[in-house]
Design a protein around this ligand. Sequence first.
Ligand SMILES: [Zn+2]
Length: 289
Amino acid sequence: MVAPQIPPKSSSTRTRNWRTAYDFQTVIGVDWTLPKDVRIGPFVGTHYISSRSRGYSILAKIGTADIDPSRWKEPPHRAYANLPIVALSDSQEEMIDAKAMLSFTKKFGLLDNLLTSPEDKEWTGFLKREGFLEYLKEPEDRVMPVESSPSVETISREVSGYTSEQIQKLAGTQSLLKYAWRSGDERALDAIDSYLSGGLPIHFEIDEGCLRIYVASVQRLILMLFLRDHAAGKTAICANPDCPAPYFLKSRKTQRICEAGDCVGWAQRNYALKWWRVNKKKNSGEEAE
Ligand SMILES: [Zn+2]
């Protein structure tokens, strides 16, 4: 038996009653290749998240280049959570910016392989109807629909009224990940848990007393890493309101500012300003300069 990653005591609803638990060293490996000929295409696929959803597709051919996660400068869950979005004002939804998604795909791989085979009748039927069948001509062709979803602000505001089915539908989206990253809401974490646990397409082996788990998609790796780092108390939001990439991972417990961009400089200026205001108050009556 392998010791599960048991979440902290506070999250009692998420702790299952494991009868036996042994520690076992685990390593996660990636089991996909980098796609080639990556481009943006029209949205194809059923509206999974809501009937108002809009989106686009990432079209790719499966390449042969192996992925070496040790060469990623930034871990995929952090990179993904910070991908810029396009706000869809009329529907309170948001969607990952297509160009940003494209460069993410080139670096990390296809988020997911939703359309995997021309033999998949349901999808090919749909593509045929919509006139996009040309995208699935070759066995290595992939189409990954990217759909808009309720913005993270919308989720934060309305989540208490959501049913668990509604939350579950959002489990693979960037906005629910961001919401969970910000709030640590148990319902969101539960949804991500079940998303990952449902038919986990992974394979594993034991090598030199170490359990190696191979994950089949970037999406699953992102969510696994997020749950790991959340449980370890590392997920945080940068205190700089203008931070360009506010979802970050703390390297110290007390860290409030990410190390990207000018956030450290902002914090120093902010500190200096606060110091100046406090001291100006103390010396009220005197000129500050
Ligand atoms: Zn920052």
